[in-house]
Design a protein around this ligand. Sequence first.
Ligand SMILES: NC(=O)c1ccc[n+]([C@@H]2O[C@H](COP(=O)([O-])OP(=O)(O)OC[C@H]3O[C@@H](n4cnc5c(N)ncnc54)[C@H](O)[C@@H]3O)[C@@H](O)[C@H]2O)c1
Length: 384
Amino acid sequence: MSCVLVLGGDGYLGWPTAMHLSEQGYEVVVVDNYMRRNLSQSEDSEPLFTVPNLDQRADLWKKKSGKEISVRIGDICDWDFIASVFEEFKPESIIHYAEQPSAPYSMKDRRTATLTFNNNLVATFNVIQAMHEYVPGSHLIKLGTMGEYGTPNIDIEEGWLNVEHKGRKEKFLFPRQAGSLYHTTKVLDTDLLWFYVRTWGLRVTDLMQGPVYGLETYENEGHENLYPFLNYDELFGTVINRFMVQAVVGYPLTVYGKGGQTRGYLNIKDTLQCLRLAVENPADIGELRIFNQVVETFTVNEIADRVRASGKRLGIDVAVKNLPNPRKEMEEHYYNPVHTGLLDLGLEPHYLTDDAMDDMMRLIIRYKDKIRTDCIFRDVKWNK
Ligand SMILES: NC(=O)c1ccc[n+]([C@@H]2O[C@H](COP(=O)([O-])OP(=O)(O)OC[C@H]3O[C@@H](n4cnc5c(N)ncnc54)[C@H](O)[C@@H]3O)[C@@H](O)[C@H]2O)c1
């Protein structure tokens, strides 16, 4: 089977993706510089439970599955390092997760903004250069975000928009109006990719992913030492995961403003399916293919209601507190993203059912004693 590089392979999504593709028989190489671990440690927002390092995880996976995952530790922004990885493995597919993924972290101060900007742009640039130099026919699967589009008052198409202007027609990238510096780096990534697709004929799939929730996948079920990180603080926790932890520990769910902010969500199991489908069905040479990687949309109020209902079923009383919105975003808006491309490739969605919520809540309850309430609220304001 062909070789897949998983850049950012230590991350919340990277490690589960690596195991999933390894299970499917791919030769998998994970690359990471532990930036995420180091940032959450230095920001005092560590995950709910300790996660073994990549070498230890690869050993644990080998014991469970009998399959090897190769590990390379280093910084993708370091050209000599990333060039050596491409030269050694000559991957056919590259999954690029390796970015600073937190919007609040990117908006915290000038230092965190600079780190986000430099890391994300240089990482993507180096990946493009390494593909061109070592494996020009390979397929890059790059993680973008639905946040690139913002919340326009029209349907969000899958990456592209047909425009008719003064009687002439052209297809353009769908307009992007990101709501944080982090999301803006993803917009710039997409522009970089589009430039090199046009210029060098790169083969790229750019996945506009919504916030992901969940911990268990088919590969790690019942093996807690193979679970990914679960961050539950305002800096690094995604909203559904974070609200569930808050519910379990009795910390009122922190809804910003009116709570009508609508986004598209997906279960971590579906992220893995989407990535596998993209690997199995590569973009064409000279194609920037864009999919909206979401399966269902919710307002923040709806998520809070669902978490509260799950709590009630499990005997936990969950409170909700509306806070002044620290972000600059619309609190009530139209939101209708098209998301048929991955379904057409064969995605079979896992929805946020009551059972799925209760299972995750039960899992978090097992770690209740480890939850630190002091690190949940970080008061990062967009306008300061
Ligand atoms: N988790 C979500 O809900 C979500 C939603 C939309 C998009 N995304 C995108 O998906 C990707 C993965 O997200 P995640 O939640 O797994 O994030 P994560 O922070 O857990 O994983 C990213 C990994 O990349 C590594 N990394 C970052 N910069 C690196 C560098 N220069 N060199 C080597 N390694 C580096 C980090 O150490 C980390 O382990 C990110 O690009 C993120 O923007 C995530």
